[in-house]
Design a protein around this ligand. Structure first.
Ligand SMILES: C[S@@+](CC[C@H](N)C(=O)[O-])C[C@H]1O[C@@H](n2cnc3c(N)ncnc32)[C@H](O)[C@@H]1O
Length: 371
């Protein structure tokens, strides 16, 4: 689908509120209070990824539109955090920037900026490219090749969004607007910019079945955030293949937003984590999965049967006992100091009780000692 249709539709959306693009969302009203009415009204989102923002985060909002989610996130990050909104549409950028001074005064410091870029190519600085093009117009193969060389150099030397620089990537109803041929590159770009161990929260539209080509070719359905949607399982697969872990459909609307030719389109929020790394050092740690399921399996293939003392490397131990899963696992650190060895316990390796005896049991709501 042509990018021109998307540009045209959202230029109109920046000028006049477009009812057809509005999907009802239950935002945190306390965060909307500070926002100018025009920004709240020109809302073309389908979820609320600002719920995942933490104090101090550097947040990147893909397809920031009027800037609503950026200005909501800005209230949650505090003085030390930063929000960067990326959008490719000049009219949307102008709308978001129009209120920047007002919001800076309300927030107490300048913690939000909006940059021009394509979310499937987050290294390319489109403003810088447009400046360069003023002096180097492209009108033949030679000048086209010069532009390509300039782009490569700019992306390497001064990427718009650097590798491993973001604590939380968010997006609200935008990934579906990227051409299918570029969706893989888009997800790989998201992976590139997130810091190891950091998070993403993507609100978008998904379809319950594959979308036929004639619907994809319909410019109104495409630019209206419908026919470019990921199919549910396709979305998970693409994020897994890029390297993300702990992928969850955290929010899932019960009712479809639209039904077209019997295909249900609904909004959801996908959350995931970029792994800290792949290195495995064994120092004798174990974890016990508390239940309630018979067993669980992570995205690296480790299985954790309920109640079993499973051998894990230091990295997996930290991941399961310090993060989002700390209430699901009991961690047992080794009794004495052991020199870490590069060893990753093969899936299913139990840690004998003899090795963890006297070790410290950590995290979760531990019982006190018996009388
Ligand atoms: C459905 S609106 C969502 C806007 C905003 N996230 C919100 O919650 O209101 C889509 C926005 O993404 C922008 N957009 C679409 N495709 C894009 C792309 N490939 N790169 C950058 N921005 C894009 C559009 O210009 C528009 O502002």
């Amino acid at each position: 689908m042509s990018e021109a249709a998307v540009l045209e539709r959202y230029s109109e959306g920046a000028q006049e509120k477009q009812e057809a693009l509005c999907c009802p969302v239950d935002y945190d009203a306390s965060l909307l209070k500070l926002l100018p009415t025009e920004i709240v009204e020109k809302d073309y989102g389908c979820g609320d990824p600002s719920r995942y923002v933490r104090k101090g985060d550097v947040v990147l909002d893909l397809g920031s539109g009027s800037g609503k989610i950026c200005y909501m996130a800005a209230q949650l990050i505090g003085e030390e955090g930063q929000v960067i909104g990326v959008d490719m549409n000049d009219d949307m950028l102008a709308l978001a920037r129009k209120y920047q001074d007002e919001m800076t005064a309300k927030l107490g410091n300048d913690r939000v900026r909006f940059v021009k870029g394509q979310i499937q190519d987050l290294a390319l600085d489109v403003d810088a490219m447009e400046d360069w093009l003023k002096d180097h117009p492209v009108n033949d193969a030679k000048s086209l090749s010069a532009l390509e060389q300039w782009k490569q150099k700019q992306k390497q030397q001064k990427p718009l969004i650097a590798d491993n620089s973001i604590d939380l990537v968010i997006s609200n109803c935008v990934l579906n607007l990227v051409d299918d041929a570029q969706k893989k590159q888009l997800v790989e770009e998201i992976y590139r910019v997130v810091k190891p161990g950091a998070r993403i929260a993507i609100s978008d539209i998904v379809s319950d079945e594959a979308i036929p080509q004639h619907l994809k070719d319909d410019a109104t359905l495409w630019s209206g955030c419908i026919s470019g949607a990921f199919q549910e399982q396709e979305m998970i697969t693409m994020f897994l293949e890029a390297g993300f872990q702990s992928i969850s459909f955290d929010k899932w609307s019960a009712e479809p937003w639209q039904v077209v030719e019997d295909i249900e389109f609904r909004s959801l929020t996908l959350t995931a984590i970029k792994p800290e790394g792949t290195e495995c050092f064994d120092s004798g740690h174990a974890v016990i999965y508390r239940g309630p399921f018979n067993f669980v399996k992570d995205d690296e293939g480790h299985e954790f049967p309920r109640g079993e003392r499973m051998a894990v490397c230091e990295r997996t131990f930290r991941f399961l006992t310090e993060g989002a899963y700390k209430d699901d696992f009991i961690g047992i650190s080794p009794a004495g100091e052991r020199t870490p060895i590069p060893w990753c316990a093969p899936h299913g390796t139990r840690r004998p009780a003899a090795e963890t005896k006297g070790g410290q049991h950590v995290h979760g709501d531990s019982e006190g000692s018996c009388c």
